[in-house]
Design a protein around this ligand. Structure first.
Ligand SMILES: [Fe+2]
Ligand SMILES: [Fe+2]
Length: 176
C-alpha cells in the first residue's frame, strides 16, 4: 500500500520538473517559508510540504485556459484525482499526517485567501512572503507571521487584493 502512496510523490515530482525556473525557485521559497511556519505553529510537516509543492503546479494550465485565479482549484482537483486514481492511498497518507480534504482546501484557497483552514493560512502567507519576493511588504508580513499568524494572514490578504485591483486597473488602462 505504501508503494502505491509513494507513487503520488513521483507523479508530483514529474509535474514539478515541468515548471519553469522562476516558478520552481518561487516554489522552493514557499516551501521554506511554509515549513518554518509549520514548525512554529506545530503543524504536520508532511502535510505542509505537500501543499507548498502542489500550490502552483497547475498555474500554467489554468493561465492558458484564461482561468489563472483558479489555479489553486486546478491543483487541488488534480491532486484529488490522483489520490482517487490510486485507490487505497488515502489511508496511507493519513498515517503520515496528511488529510486529503485539508490539503485540497488549503491549495484551493491560496490565491485569494477565502475559506482557508489553518494550513491554508500558512500557505497563503508563505506564498506572499517567501524570501524571493522583492517587495518590502513581504518582509513585513513575514515578521508579523512569526508572532501572530492571524494578523499576518489578514494583512497579506488585504495587500494581495490591493495588488490584484491595481493590476486589473492597469490592464484595463492598457486595453488588455
Ligand atoms: Fe499561486
Ligand atoms: Fe505561488
Amino acid at each position: 500500500m505504501e508503494k502505491v502512496a509513494k507513487e503520488i510523490f513521483y507523479e508530483i515530482k514529474r509535474k514539478l520538473k515541468c515548471l519553469d525556473r522562476n516558478r520552481l525557485i518561487h516554489t522552493y521559497g514557499v516551501l521554506w517559508a511554509a515549513l518554518n511556519l509549520a514548525e512554529k505553529y506545530k503543524q504536520n510537516l508532511n502535510e505542509v510540504f505537500l501543499v507548498a509543492v502542489l500550490h502552483d503546479l497547475l498555474r500554467e494550465e489554468a493561465r492558458k485556459k484564461g482561468d489563472i485565479l483558479k489555479h489553486g482549484e486546478y491543483a487541488a482537483r488534480w491532486f484529488n484525482n490522483l489520490v482517487n486514481k490510486k485507490g487505497v492511498v488515502e489511508k496511507v497518507l493519513k498515517s503520515w499526517g496528511i488529510k486529503v480534504d485539508e490539503v485540497c482546501e488549503a491549495v484551493s484557497c491560496h490565491v485569494l485567501g477565502e475559506g482557508c483552514n489553518f494550513i491554508g493560512k500558512i500557505l497563503f502567507i508563505a506564498d506572499y512572503s517567501e524570501p524571493m519576493r522583492k517587495h518590502k511588504e513581504a518582509y513585513i508580513v513575514w515578521r508579523i507571521a512569526l508572532k501572530n499568524i492571524d494578523e499576518a494572514f489578514l494583512k497579506s490578504k488585504v495587500l494581495k487584493r490591493v495588488y490584484f485591483e491595481s493590476r486589473s486597473r492597469l490592464q484595463r488602462l492598457n486595453g488588455e
